[in-house]
Structure formats: C-alpha cells, structure tokens
Design a protein around this ligand. Structure first.
Ligand code: GDP
Ligand code: GDP
Length: 446
C-alpha cells in the first residue's frame, strides 16, 4: 500500500492540538513508542478529512512535565514530528493571541523544510479575530481559523492542506484540457456516421493509430478542426471497427452494435450519438445514450439528415421530449440538428462537443461548492426519516472527468435518492456542469 501523507500538529500546550487530533482521527489511534531519549509517547492516527486519508501526528502531552525542561523536550518532539511530515499544522490559540513560546516555535519551524500552515484555533464566535490577525505576523501566510472543539473551519483546513496531501483526490484524466478532444460517434447503421466522419475530416484523413491502449478494434484518427473564429483545435476521433467495416460490407440488417459502441465509448471523452431524423428515436438508441452516461462520458446528441427531415420543430421537440423522458437522470443533454450530407450544423456540433468536455473536466473550489450547498440545504432541508434528522455537513469535488462529489453528513445512508437527485441537478444547473454525468458519493465522517 502506498504510504499515506503525514501531517504533524504542533504548537504550545493547551492550544487545542489533541482536540483537533481527536476530531480528525476519532477512535483509530495508535500510541507510538518514541525513540530512546525522548520520553513521551506521541500519538499517531489515520485521519480522514473531506474524503482524504492521511497520517496525523499529535505532539501534545507535555503539560505535566517539569517546566524547566519543557521547551527543550517540546523542541525535540516538534522537530522529530515535523521532520517526517509532509506538512505541519502550527496551532495557536486565537483567543490568547501570540505568546513568546509561539514565537519560539515559529523559529524552530522556519528552520525546517516542511511546509507550515498556521491554524488559529478557538476561533468560534468572534473572540479570536485579533489573534488571527496577530498570527499573520508569524510569517507563514494566512492563518486558517478553526474551532477544533466545534468542528468549524474543517473545509478551509482541508483546502489549505490539500496541496500537501494529494491523496485519493485524483484526476483520472491525464490529458490536459487543451489535449486533443477524444470524440466517438455512435449510432445505428445508416444513421450517417461514415458520411459525418468523412465530412468532418474532408481531405486530410490521417489514421494515426493504433495508439497505446487502443485496441485493434478501435483506432484513432487525429485531425485539426478549424473553427470559424479562433485557432485550429486538435480532435482525436475514435474510429471503431464497425465504422471501417461499413465501407466494405453494406449489411443493412446489422443491428446497432452495443459492443462496438461501448468499445468506442471507452476511449472517448465526448460521445456523439447520431440519430436519423427520418426514423425518429428508437429504444436501443436510448439504451446506448444511457450507457454512455453511466460510463461517465459526456454525451451530445445529433439528429442527422435534417436536410430531408419532415416535421421541423415538431419533430425536433418530439425527439427532445422522448430523450428527456428516457434519460430522466440527466435531463438537458445537448440535442442538435445536422446534415452530414450538406455539412450544415457540423461546426456547431464540434463546438458543443468541446464545450461539453470543458464542463466534464471542470472543478469547483470547495469554498464555492459549500456556499452553494448551504443555500441548497437551507432552501430544501433533507427529510427526517422516522423523525430522526439527517445532518448534512459539507461537500467536496473529489474527481473530474466525470465530475464526482462527496457529501459528508450523519445518517447519510438514509438520504433518499430523490434528495440526492435534487443536489445533483442543482450542481449541474447552478455550478455550470450542464448535462454532464455527475456522481455523488455519501460518507459519514468518522
Ligand atoms: P493541547 O494541549 O494543544 O493538545 O490542547 P487540548 O486539545 O488539550 O485543548 C486545550 C483546551 O482547549 C481544552 O480545554 C479544550 O477543550 C480547549 N479547546 C480545544 N479546542 C477548542 C476550540 O476550538 N475552542 C475552544 N473554545 N476551546 C477549545
Ligand atoms: P452509417 O451506417 O451510420 O455509417 O451511415 P452512412 O454514412 O453510410 O449513411 C447511410 C446513408 O444515409 C447513405 O446513403 C448516406 O448517403 C445517407 N446520409 C448520411 N447522412 C445524410 C444526410 O445528412 N442527409 C441525407 N439526406 N442523407 C444522408
């Protein structure tokens, strides 16, 4: 197992180190025998903060020691803990302000290489404001106001620690946002996929695959799309065996191959489901759309052959309504009309695919998210099944591509699906994720 990041809590006696330690670690505490020469044990435990796990070291436990030897021991203890830590939380008591001992500890910490975050504890209410301002003078940047006892400021603490404890919070997409747009086009036979691909590529069709990780059944076609305005942008079209085979075998009876579509979906960021305007929407196409979203890919729907479609806006609205009903989990997937034969609407389709990827890759800060979250919960509080309250505490975005959120609270296992959907839909609508699939994980804090 990979080593967990280590965070040390340091500071003079009575500032609240153990209180924070207990809050972070709960019952999962281990007493660690210290090296010979350092008399006190120190406590270590696995902390969970907003979904991230790390080892936390508490250096408290000197209060009862002889005051004559206290500074020396504290120094040894602090330095030992900090030396093995990825980050140190330097805790001060914001009600008491900065004391000479705080200043001395600051000097020890400056000599170490470990990044230091000043935590101004006991900051509940307003009593700590002066102390927080004093703490800025320690020279470690803005202090994080916290109330270890009341559990306030935990999200801010997490935000401050996050650069140093980059665990579990991972982006699975290794590709930068300006990497090629990985696009797959799926749809039933005769929907016009080959025509669309040829129209998109024009003359410069260039097959670059097979790429590492791309199977023999799917190859990549790299090309550049030149928008009406702006720089050319790279697109990697995921071309499936089905698409290539098509040119040779005109098997009109061939079913829309789910396996083939899934194969392409695997490698794509954005999947275009191509419908045939002259045939409307079929159940199998809905299943594919649903599958794309379940796989966490961004979906765009294009109704092809619009040049020969009869019915105009009534047809369009009918298909859109059927989609909204069939894809109730993710309402509002973009639906466009195109003509692969004439080229109409194709630039818009690619443009929308890029925009959809942007939303799919987006990350909101924990601060913005939680301001939204508090308002959403206040507006519509969670139900109290059996008269017992579900207490929702905070949220964080743990993942992108697709966006994944973690919701912390007590009794969250009893949160109804309808309420989860309320939150997910709100995130999509209010925070700019649009119709990309958004995942929500529920967790009870330790
Ligand atoms: P340590 O010696 O640094 O480990 O400090 P402790 O965790 O033992 O806390 C010292 C005292 O401060 C205890 O009486 C705690 O209850 C109190 N305390 C800890 N955190 C807070 C807080 O956020 N607000 C207030 N008002 N008191 C706190
Ligand atoms: P695929 O099986 O999905 O790859 O579909 P094809 O690209 O082979 O197209 C099937 C048929 O639809 C062909 O006869 C195309 O000429 C025709 N077609 C494709 N796109 C359009 C379009 O936008 N308008 C019209 N009128 N016909 C189209």
């Amino acid at each position: 197992m990979a080593r967990l990041p280590v965070v040390a809590i340091v500071g003079r006696p009575n500032v609240g180190k153990s209180t924070l330690f207990n809050r972070l670690v709960g019952k999962r505490v281990a007493l660690v025998d210290d090296r010979p020469g350092v008399t006190r044990d120190r406590r270590e435990g696995i902390a969970t903060l907003v979904g991230a796990d790390f080892t936390v070291i508490d250096t408290a436990g000197f209060e009862t020691d002889d005051p004559q030897t206290l500074p020396g021991r504290m120094r040894a203890q602090t330095e030992a803990a900090v030396a093995q830590a990825d980050a140190a939380l330097f805790m001060i008591d914001s009600r008491a302000g900065i004391t000479p001992l705080d200043e001395e500890i600051a000097r020890w910490l400056r000599a170490a290489d470990t990044p230091v975050i000043v935590v101004a504890n006991k900051a509940e209410g307003r009593a700590g404001e002066a102390g927080i301002i004093e703490a800025m003078a320690l020279g470690f940047g803005d202090p994080v106001p916290l109330s270890a006892e009341h559990g306030e400021g935990v999200v801010e603490l997490f935000e401050a620690l996050r650069p140093f404890i980059d665990v579990e919070i991972e982006d699975e997409g290794e590709e930068a946002e300006d990497g090629p747009l990985k696009l797959a086009i799926v749809g039933r036979p005769n929907a016009g996929k080959s025509t669309l691909v040829n129209r998109m590529l024009g003359e410069d069709r260039m097959i670059t695959g097979p790429e590492a990780g791309i199977t023999r059944d799917a190859i990549a076609i790299d090309w550049e799309w030149t928008p009406k305005e702006g720089e050319p942008r790279k697109v990697r079209l995921i071309d499936t065996a089905g698409l290539r085979k098509k040119a040779k075998v005109q098997d009109k009876l061939e079913k829309l191959s789910v396996a083939d579509a899934l194969n392409a979906i695997d490698f794509a960021e954005v999947v275009v489901l191509l419908l045939d305007a002259t045939r409307g929407l079929e159940a199998q196409e809905l299943r594919i759309a649903d599958q794309v979203l379940q796989e966490g890919r961004a979906l765009v729907i294009a109704i092809n052959k619009w040049d020969v479609a009869e019915g105009g806006s009534a047809l369009f609205n009918g298909i859109k309504a059927a989609l909204d009903e069939g894809l109730a989990q993710v309402k509002g997937v973009p639906v466009l009309t195109v003509s692969a034969a004439t080229g109409k609407g194709i630039d818009t389709l690619i443009q929308v695919a890029f925009e959809t990827r942007e939303a799919w890759s987006m990350r909101v800060s924990t601060g913005v998210l939680n301001r939204w979250f508090e308002a959403a919960v206040e507006k519509n509080p969670p139900p109290a099944p059996g008269g017992k309250r579900i207490k929702l505490r905070y949220m964080t975005q743990a993942k992108t591509r697709p966006p994944g959120f973690v919701l912390f609270g007590t009794r969250v296992d009893q949160l109804p699906v309808s309420y989860q959907r309320y939150l997910i839909n709100g995130i999509r609508r209010d925070l700019g994720f649009g119709a990309v699939p958004v995942r929500l994980t529920l967790r009870a804090p330790k």
